[in-house]
Design a protein around this ligand. Sequence first.
Ligand code: LLP
Length: 488
Amino acid sequence: MRAHPAGPRHADVVQERHSSGPPRDLNTLDPKVWPRNISRGPDGEMRLAGVDVRDLAATHRTPVMVMDEADFRSRCHDFADAFGSAAAVHYASKAFLSGEIARWLDDEGLGLDVCSEGELAVALRAGFPAGRIAFHGSNKSERELRTAVDAGIGAIVVDSYYEIARLAELALERADEPSRSVREAASRNGSTATLEPIPVMVRVTVGVEAHTHEFIATAHEDQKFGFSLTGGDAAEAIRRIAACAGLRLVGLHSHIGSQIFDPAGFEVAAHRVVRLLADTVTEHPELADTLTTLDLGGGLGIAYTSADDPTPPDVMAKALADIVSREAQLAGIAVPRIAVEPGRAIVGPGTVTVYEVGTIKDVVLDGGMVRRYVSVDGGMSDNIRTALYDAEYTVTLASRTSDAPPMTSRVVGKHCESGDIVVRDCYLPSDIAVGDLIAVAATGAYCYVMSSNYNRVPRPAVVAVRDGADRTVLRRETDDDLMRLETW
Ligand code: LLP
């Protein structure tokens, strides 16, 4: 089995490919796959939070990515309720971030994870409190570390010995000359500028490679992230941090992959990190008071098709809480606070991408079967996941319903390569026509953020819908945007 560095490739874990034949009704919107506030209107048109997709397409052009705001917020609640007030839920902004989203997350009381200066800048500019942000990444620059520390970041999740050394130097520098932002913050609060140690977590590679239906222990050591548990690097990283007065170890962190359906991989990871926590407080009793968080990362899967069966957050939360408290009791240590970092499971399901149908081409395959290629006005520039991971998606006719018989179809983009596929295997009604709108479900995570201007195609608008109204979250790129880097 192959795995992409952040976890399993979707294709590797979804073995059955539409073996079940066409659905009984192509117009049905499976609630497992589509946003929570979706319906069909009187003309059969798709409505998102009461807004007609035809109006959205007319206003924002196509493709347009439509986010059901209430869906997003309700999934934040689902996680917060499932994990309870004793735990911390940090939204992984790499799945999708904009200023608006950062404000929703702040309203909902979640924390935020960033993994670059750019993500951090968006969050801070939106007014998201730095103290609720954690900074990840396997190659943070000195500038990124400095910016994060000056902003008063909640935690830096350290990923290498080099980074520990850089942070230790930064702490020394700050002790010599308290930074401007510390002085400014102190003068705002009317206090004296005191330097708190830099809060850090250690990212541990627990040796678990998680897949949808199984996990393979010890198989995932050979990658760039974290400190190896079995090789002793995690313990050594902790020793180096403990020896540095300017750093404060506040947590241990593990992230085992993405689009995971089976809690078993998380359970093995939790078991191993609690053991490391117990060993750490035995070796460094002075850390026991501050080393209180066990961050189990993100990775909870979502349904891209009706065949997918993800674990609900409350089931996952209970499984993790049980294993962490059992292991902590066995090890004789205080039960740590659990933190999780869902991205996809919060933002993925509530967004759909609406495209306009252009060229339609029927291709006769060996054996006489016909596959209909339905071209849309976007493609791998707004959703690279099918090309990159062989991801599967669900698509439906959105501007109307149709009772025409299902046709074996493939939704393809407008880019100049044959791998430019949005939905590889699907059924669309045989009367599909140029100018129809179609919608692809569950495109909220890792689509816009991995988008490009390939073939100088502009990025689509991202629009939030709520209570019958729409609001632009990110505007569609213009011709000027496409030229903005030119020096002529
Ligand atoms: N925490 C850490 C440290 C991560 O690296 C990630 C994702 C998450 C949390 C959030 O994982 P989620 O809950 O969203 O699965 N581009 C790929 C996914 C890459 C995931 C990278 N890390 C895709 O499109 O499937």
